[in-house]
Design a binder for this molecule. Structure first.
Ligand SMILES: Nc1ncnc2c1ncn2[C@@H]1O[C@H](COP(=O)(O)OP(=O)(O)O)[C@@H](O)[C@H]1O
Ligand SMILES: [Mg+2]
Length: 338
């Protein structure tokens, strides 16, 4: 059995339908009207111990709702979950001992006490043995560069400092599973780097299973071998990152900078199968094309027939384009990635 297993897992919320203004509010009070909002459609998940999985999708796709159900914060509307053999919602205490969770949008630290005191409270709550606590604390302070702010209260920390402290807090008790929901949101590059290094290290050294939600494609490339894409509450791709990339590598992109706009070319490309135009500005555009149908020189010579080309460059597929293509339905993949 996988360390994280979900079968037919789904969640709907009742949402109030209110007309705007005071009148609407009063009307709702008298005759409440609700609609059912499906945040997660019945889905299946199996994650093996030691995996690092990126769980990605557009805003509102259902990522946080899934993570909250897996971590026992939310009760599923239907379906079953087993995390390390435990139903996380029914056995919340037992579950808390085996997971760490970081929600980028809000802290789990006590707002008004020094970080190091928060850590010490967690030591008591999780009954972390003294030597384990000492070793972890020293290592985390070093790896995450926390020494200069560990004596400040959470209230006084910058976002980057707070996120590092939150990450450390979530892992002090050596949980075998960690859920990270947007842990790098709004952080600068150097802090992101520290956080990524840290996650990589605990995954490699402790075999910690990591499920990560992020909009940062660098996080995914750096940390995750497996990619799960969710859209409108359903999983639309679950497979290896390298596979989705190599599949996407079927198409290539050339960026052009031209002397003046080329309306006839744009029209022509719109009608050509296997080529797709994207305008960046008046004098810049990109053409993506199927490399098995056309060569780069086919594309370049076609553009040059319509006017002056000042510059062009070719780019390999990056993960951003891959995900966009999956969202846009331009890259059709089934769940097993075949
Ligand atoms: N407590 C809630 N009550 C009502 N609707 C909710 C609640 N939480 C989430 N939703 C809705 O469920 C959908 C999925 O939300 P969420 O899981 O937060 O998405 P994501 O994390 O992928 O951005 C959204 O449409 C959101 O508005
Ligand atoms: Mg979210």
């Amino acid at each position: 059995m996988s360390i994280i297993e979900a079968r037919g897992l789904s969640k709907s919320f009742l949402q109030a339908v209110k007309e705007p203004g005071l009148k609407g509010a009063l009307k709702h009070l008298l005759v409440p009207r609700n609609i059912t909002k499906i945040a997660v459609q019945p889905l299946d998940l199996s994650i093996e111990a030691g995996e690092t999985v990126a769980y990605v999708g557009p805003n509102g796709a259902g990522k946080s709702t899934t993570i909250k159900m897996l971590s026992g914060i939310l009760m599923p509307s239907a379906g079953s979950i087993s995390v390390n053999g435990i139903n996380p919602y029914k056995k919340r205490m037992e579950n808390a001992a085996q997971i760490g969770a970081v929600f980028g949008q809000r802290t789990q630290l006590w707002w008004d006490i020094p970080i190091v005191e928060s850590f010490s409270l967690l030591k008591d709550i999780y009954q972390i043995p003294e030597p384990v606590y000492r070793t972890n604390l020293d290592q985390f302070i070093e790896l995450l560069g926390m020494s200069e702010f560990i004596h400040l209260s959470a209230r006084k920390l910058s976002l980057g400092q707070r996120m590092r402290a939150d990450l450390a807090a979530a892992l002090l008790h050596n949980p075998p599973i960690v859920y990270l929901d947007e842990p790098t949101i709004g952080l600068d590059v150097s802090v992101k780097q520290k956080i990524r290094e840290f996650i990589k290290k605990i995954n490699q050294e402790q075999h910690t299973t990591v499920m990560l939600t992020t909009h940062d494609l660098g996080d995914i490339e750096d940390l995750c071998k497996r990619l799960i894409i969710i859209d409108h509450g359903s999983i639309i791709y679950d497979g290896s990152l390298s596979e989705v990339k190599s599949r996407f590598a079927k198409s290539r992109v050339i960026f052009f900078q031209v002397g003046s706009p080329m309306p006839e070319l744009y029209e022509q490309l719109a009608q050509t199968d296997g080529m797709k135009l994207e305008l960046q500005s008046e004098q810049e555009f990109s053409v993506s094309f199927d490399r098995y149908e056309y060569t780069a020189s086919d594309v370049v010579s076609r553009v040059m027939r319509h006017g002056e080309v000042i510059d062009f460059r070719m780019e390999d597929a990056n993960i951003e384009q891959v995900i966009k293509a999956v969202y846009d339905g331009n890259l059709v993949l089934n769940q097993s990635g075949q």
